[in-house]
Design a protein. Sequence first.
Length: 76
Amino acid sequence: MKPLTLDDLRRYAIARSLFKPTTLPRAISNLGFVQADPIRAPARAQDLTLRHRVTGYRAGVHIVIAHSHTCVSGTW
């Protein structure tokens, strides 16, 4: 078996974490989880993660919607 290279690992990671924009529940399901970050520098972690993965994503708005559908949980 051929040893894995850095390029092999990079292709594997990109293929499994970047996908066409979809709905918020599907994006979270595909990712497995999204870290919610209350600190905004340069932006909240969930916004950076979801803005290219959720169709029409707007910072903050979708987290409220997701929470109401119980697909978001947090520990403080």
